[in-house]
Design a protein around this ligand. Sequence first.
Ligand code: SIN
Ligand code: MN
Length: 224
Amino acid sequence: MHGALFPRPRAVVAPGAVHVPAWLSEERQRELVEVCRDWARGPVPIRHTVLPSGGVMSVQTVCVGWHWQPYRYTRTAGDVNGARVAEFPDWLAELGRAAVAGAYGAPQESGAYDPASYAPDTALVNFYDGDARMGMHQDKDERSGAPVVSLSIGDRCVFRFGNTTDRGRPYTDVELSSGDLFVFGGPSRFAYHGVPKVYPGTADPATGMSGGRLNITLRETGLR
Ligand code: SIN
Ligand code: MN
């Protein structure tokens, strides 16, 4: 069961990998859904990424700040319409810093990483409908070891968080619900992760999502 009667606790899934349930307020989720809808329309429209193998990702993606295509970042979306992606807004970097602080605590608590130094410059907005899923992979096209911030809205899913060596075990399956925050940095920054399952129809329309799952990951590209 989920909901206020059964609050789910913050969980350290692996060193540097922290799950904070219900971190986003319902209002914040609605605002994020709206802004993601805008980004999905353009300047670079949301689409299924085509892999070098010719395979097509089941997830639909739109990028902000920098455009990701396998396996690099560019300012313009050469594989879509050639347009420059939307600017990465300051408020989103601010949200990223709050997220890192929310997951790790103040620097004296977190040891190494100071949340105030987090300067994300790209967001990958992923939309999962129907049977969409994401295979196990590492986020390793960034030239920065800063944490990845992941925000989930809409349908619940299984988020599989693995090890830094390969796609297999050991891994931990975490259920991500609407409003949940997951941060992975430090020793977990380059851990394999994926989304093997989304539970259709579990989105609360009050969050602005009538169906499907929205995931926003913030990253520092380390590019200029
Ligand atoms: C990603 O790994 O880029 C997305 C993860 C997610 O959808 O939770
Ligand atoms: Mn990823």
